[in-house]
Write a protein that binds this ligand. Structure first.
Ligand code: A3P
Length: 292
């Protein structure tokens, strides 16, 4: 049994990032994922939490659908896109047909070595961190494995300090930015998907080498709207609400700029100054809101 470097009763630190005490993965298990078998056809969906993972799962599942006659009609996206951090080396899910899509929140130095060595395709979805903060705050009140925040003020500071699930957002995006030339990686901005979902799906298809007809692309877009995902139990993780693992739905608002309803003026100024300081070495055009 590993001894854990506890950040709180709910989180332990490993290699600068924070993992869940209540999940079965321990530091040695996480380290073992470096040797997880990667096939050239594998696709990785990587995100910092609350950046649009579930949304991109739905998009990738639809784009890859034709390549997966093995997918059961009623299978959820969660089973179609298994989570790497829930795997272990001796549970490699290799009975599935190629190509396999995996989801992960891991930073680049903790991904399986084969992701880089085999230059497999990585889709990295990112989102403006003010909305991530608000979304993660609500999620922390919802998911049984996370500590319920004492207050929004408390959580606000924890986020800026990186004392939240998966650690610092600033580290996560910078770490991926630094290795972008070493990986076969496609960056997608959540807010760009809000502005032009079809355009982003077309770019994704080109990256993935999938040739979809216009009708098929329309279908991907239509099934991936917030409204349609919210009522699709295969896409919206409702089963986790029904089995009491989430207290509330993960499909919450799905907009850009919700932070404006929550941050005080002082919090916003504080956030901006931390952002300027931490991101001074990295050019990043966040889209902080989209006006209706
Ligand atoms: P909000 O909490 O701001 O509503 P993740 O899947 O990485 O956990 O991210 C969850 C966030 O993505 C939630 O944000 C959720 O509403 C949003 N989301 C999920 N599907 C979406 C869609 N089709 N369109 C827009 N946002 C979506």
């Amino acid at each position: 049994m590993d001894s854990l470097d506890l950040v709180s009763p709910y989180l332990f630190k490993h290699k600068r990032r924070n993992f869940l005490v209540k999940e079965k993965m321990r530091p040695t298990d996480l380290d073992a994922l470096r040797h997880f078998e990667i096939r050239p056809t594998d696709i990785f969906l990587v995100t910092y939490p609350k950046s649009g993972t579930v949304w991109m799962q739905q998009i990738l599942v639809q784009i890859m659908d034709a390549a997966h006659p093995d997918w059961a009609e009623d299978a959820t996206n969660r089973t179609r896109v298994p989570w790497l951090e829930e795997r272990s080396v001796d549970n490699p899910t290799r009975e599935r047909a190629d190509p396999q899509i995996y989801g992960s929140h891991l930073p680049p130095d903790m991904l399986p070595q084969g992701v880089k060595d085999k230059q497999i395709k990585v889709v990295y979805v990112w989102r403006n961190p003010k909305d991530i903060l608000v979304s993660l705050y609500h999620f922390s009140n919802s998911w049984m494995l996370l500590e319920t925040p004492k207050s929004f003020e408390d959580f606000f500071q924890q986020f800026l300090d990186g004392n939240v699930y998966m650690g610092s957002w600033f580290d996560h995006i910078q770490d991926y930015h630094k290795v972008r030339d070493q990986l076969n990686i496609h960056f997608v901005q959540y807010e760009d998907m809000l502005k032009d979902l079809r355009g982003e799906v077309v770019k994704l298809c080109a990256f993935l080498g999938r040739h979809l007809t216009d009708e098929a692309i329309d279908h991907v877009v239509d099934t991936s709207t917030f409204k349609n995902m919210k009522t699709n139990p295969k896409a919206n993780y409702k089963d986790l609400v029904e089995t009491n693992r989430y207290k509330t739905e993960t499909m919450r608002k799905g907009i850009a700029g919700d932070w404006k309803n929550v941050f005080t003026v002082a919090q916003n100024e504080h956030f901006d100054s931390v952002f300027r300081e931490k991101m001074s070495n990295m050019p990043l055009n966040c889209i902080w809101e989209i006006k209706e």
